[in-house]
Design a protein around this ligand. Structure first.
Ligand code: GAR
Length: 213
């Protein structure tokens, strides 16, 4: 059993994972993709790449617990569950089985701009830097322990589309990177703090160019 990916939409992050497996950067297979949305373009990517998938729509179930019960059943035995643009909040039933084994990608520098349309809110707030984060899934929305973040500047002429695109390039790097680390057994969780064994961290943070004065 390899790892599973949950999706709801176009699946460019899923594609980055498919590519990383093909290139041998990730040494495990994607054993299953689950979408809550039957129309997700991500499912076409599964067909094109012979990856097994299941559609589990939330509307088919009366309660969130039943929906999550079905997810847990389908995911039995997988080593890791990756939420890649999966637009549902997961709770107790899922986390009882998968806390510490489920990660999510979010398009902001958490804890800023949790939830929907993070890029648009970063723009309208006027921050100079945003980015993306991969974190463990817990019961909060985009609030679990952070594994890795990438910093992305906002440029003066950005609109939602240009910013989304710039952030996405980094999503496609840090998500496969995290999956590789996790599957190599190098991601250690200590309460809220995550350490990655042997990871090469830069010595200095990314800083803007500061003018002499
Ligand atoms: C990505 O930007 C991902 O970070 C975001 O949805 C997009 C999915 O794109 N996820 C969230 O906002 C979760 N809170 P994709 O389907 O092309 O991978």
């Amino acid at each position: 059993m390899g790892f599973a990916v949950l999706v709801s939409g176009r699946g460019t992050n899923l594609q980055a994972l498919i590519d990383a497996v093909k290139e041998g950067k990730i040494k495990e297979e994607i054993s299953l993709v689950i979408s809550d949305n039957p129309k997700a373009y991500a499912l076409r990517r599964c067909e094109e790449n012979q990856i097994p998938y299941e559609v589990i729509p939330r509307e088919k179930f009366k309660t969130r617990e039943e929906f999550e019960g079905e997810l847990v059943k389908a995911l039995k035995g997988v080593k890791l569950v990756v939420l890649a643009g999966f637009m549902r909040i997961l709770g107790k039933t899922f986390l009882k089985e998968f806390y510490g084994k489920a990660i999510n990608i979010h398009p902001s520098l958490l804890p800023s701009f949790k939830g929907l349309r993070a890029q648009r809110r970063a723009l309208s707030y006027g921050v100079k830097y945003s980015g993306c984060s991969v974190h463990f899934v817990d019961e909060s929305v985009d609030g679990g322990p952070i594994i890795i973040q990438a910093v992305v500047p906002l440029l003066p002429n950005d609109d939602e589309e240009t910013l989304e695109k710039r952030i996405l390039q980094y999503e496609h790097r840090i998500l496969p990177q995290s999956v590789k680390w996790f599957l190599e057994g190098r991601v250690k969780l200590f309460g809220r703090k995550v350490l990655v064994e042997g990871a090469k961290y830069g010595t200095y943070p990314t800083n803007p160019k500061l003018e002499d004065f």
